[in-house]
Write a protein that binds this ligand. Structure first.
Ligand code: ADA
Length: 574
């Protein structure tokens, strides 16, 4: 299951995970050869979901080009179906029974196809391409591995011909009261004839005893119809300080009896605000104590079993931390569910990593990122854990073209959701110098800097530079850290030793915690991660080794140091 809760109690869900036929297409001639209608006979088989770099044979470990997948499935009767690929890295085309039904760019947001299916056998073919080029997002040369393939679950849901396509809940929650005024927007899709249907929305919780419900009876024409329903309820707030924060299920239903279709979402009620020095949740400052986490593991790559998602959160919480930056792309939705359930705070980002104005100006680049931003917000808007959307990471923020792109991205995000916005800037330097044209478009600063690792200097000076230009916004130290090879212990605590990293992280954390305008930190990074093959010559073990635990989640000295520093505070804070 791709979530930790049931997303519908009426729909039959066919998992299409498992073994698919698989062929590489290094010359990119599968399209001309018509693989979508005539799949090669000599195909291998591969696990889905999994990146081919870990699931394929050794030859595929570094493969960066198109590859093709095929499988069939049977349906007992004619039906309408919603087919969802929860993540294909990163450029996907889908054919159903020989017909192209979807093209999607972006490896970390879902692809959805609605179709009418006959009874019998159906064929799915997918072309997945992880090639990075001058217009790709991510760009070439990132510091993470460019996994390819169907990396998240594939599901076919059987629905009636009039069904709930989407549910969006917005709410107002005053800082002083616990009364939530909600507007639920239900998108109903009709694949058949015009018909009357009831549409209802209910906020479900034992304590509410059915009091938070709204419904209407309406004519639904073919195509999509949006219905807004208002409801109110006294709620218990979601809080990062609770061990078991309050969450509610919202159920949207169209139709009744054997024609009923239901879609469920889960929400938590809380406010987020930003002052000059703090980030407030429910009106109270929260100190962000956290890490950056890539979806990475030597055995599974980007594909994260629930066990690993929960283990990572255990490791993070055991050190007294409460925050994850999902650097540098939308994370698996079930990971965010786990964060909701534990009161972990999340900064979620799209993969604009080190783009300059030239790159943003290339055809389609801004549109692709805007689409990913829309899809991320559409998918993740109900997670109370998500504190803010992050628009970019370490872009050339001194360039006017980047400023313009950032402004457009900020407009897109603000048009969809009222969470604070941020971006990670590395434009300020230890000599106090720096200029950033983009931060004016967001609500708080995420500051990336590596004095003491890539260059000399102190964090206090970097902060001073940022503060001079942006005195009205709090700063989150979103990236800082030092590389340490697991097990490397030296008498002098040299670079790459665990001791050097532990001292480095301790000093930086102390500086951040004693600086009033710093609202928190996320250490670069949680675990050691496989980096781009182009960086292997300069990265020991082919990894970015700045993890405070290694790739198998074995703690380094820095992890223990952080736990010593925060353990009492972190736990006491919750
Ligand atoms: C940057 C970047 C990270 C990582 C880090 C490092 O800050 O945002 O993705 O590459 O540097 O380890 O150098």
């Amino acid at each position: 299951m791709h979530r930790t809760f049931e997303t519908s109690t009426t729909r039959r869900q066919h998992s299409l995970d498992g073994l698919w036929e698989f062929v590489l297409d290094p010359a990119d001639d599968g399209l001309d050869a018509g693989y979508h209608g005539d799949f090669p006979d000599d195909a291998d088989r591969i696990d889905v979901p999994a990146p081919w770099n870990v699931a394929g044979d050794a030859a595929e470990a570094e493969y960066e080009s198109p590859a093709w997948y095929r499988r069939t499935f049977d349906l007992p009767e004619e039906t309408t179906g919603v087919l969802t690929f929860h993540g294909v890295c990163h450029d996907a085309t889908v054919w159903l029974d020989g017909e192209r039904v979807a093209s999607h760019y972006g490896g970390h947001t879902p692809i959805s196809v609605v179709d009418d299916f006959e009874a019998g056998t159906h064929e799915l073919v997918v072309r997945a391409d992880n090639t990075r080029d001058e217009r790709s997002i991510p760009r070439p040369g990132t510091d993470w591995f460019p996994y390819g393939g169907i990396t998240r679950e594939v599901v076919l849901e059987v629905v009636p011909d009039i069904f709930v396509e989407d549910l969006r809940v917005e709410y107002e929650l005053d800082d002083d009261s616990d009364r939530a005024a909600m507007t639920a927007t239900v998108t109903v899709r009709n694949e058949g004839e015009t018909a009357d249907r009831s549409v209802s929305v209910e906020l479900v919780d034992e304590a509410l005893e059915g009091e938070a419900e709204a419904d209407t009876e309406t004519e639904i024409n073919p195509g999509t119809t949006q219905i807004e329903l208002d409801l109110e309820a006294d709620v218990e707030r979601w809080s990062p300080h609770d061990e078991d924060p309050q969450l509610y299920t919202v159920v949207a239903t169209v139709g009744s009896g054997d024609r009923a279709d239901e879609l469920r979402e889960r929400i938590g009620f809380r406010t987020v605000a930003v002052t000059e020095t703090d980030i407030l949740v429910n009106g109270d400052p929260v100190e962000l104590l956290g890490v950056n986490r890539h979806e990475d593991h030597p055995e599974w790559g980007h594909t994260q079993p629930l066990r690993l998602q929960r283990l990572d959160l255990d490791v993070i919480e055991d050190a007294g931390m409460n925050t994850v930056r999902t650097s540098h792309y939308p994370n698996h939705p079930r990971f965010l569910d786990c964060c909701d359930e534990r009161g972990i705070l999340v900064l979620e980002e799209i993969p604009y990593w080190q783009f300059d104005a030239d790159r943003f100006a290339r055809e389609g680049v801004l549109e692709r990122g805007e689409t990913t931003l829309r899809e991320m917000i559409g998918r993740d808007r109900h997670h109370p854990s998500v504190l803010a959307w992050s628009l970019t990471n370490e872009c050339a923020n001194e360039e006017e073209g980047v400023r313009e792109a950032t402004e457009k991205l900020a407009d897109v995000a603000r048009g969809l959701d009222d969470r604070p916005l941020t971006l990670a800037s590395n434009n300020y330097h230890p000599d106090g110098d720096g200029e950033d044209l983009c931060l004016e478009h967001v609500d708080f600063v995420c500051m990336n800097a590596y004095p003491g690792w890539y260059q000399e200097g102190d964090y206090a000076d970097v902060i001073e530079g940022v503060r001079e230009d942006f005195p009205e916004m709090p700063i989150v130290a979103s990236e800082f850290g030092a590389g340490a090879v697991f097990g490397e212990r030296t008498r002098e605590n040299q670079k790459w030793s665990e001791g050097y990293q532990a001292d480095f992280v301790e000093d930086a954390v102390e500086t951040f915690r004693e600086t009033e305008c710093v609202a928190g930190f996320t250490i670069w990074q949680y675990c050691d991660t496989r980096t781009d093959p182009r960086n292997w010559a300069t990265r020991p073990k082919t990894k970015n080794n700045k993890g405070i635990v290694d790739e198998y989640r074995r703690p380094k000295e820095a992890y223990n140091r952080v736990r010593d520093l925060l353990g009492a505070d972190g736990d006491g804070d919750r």
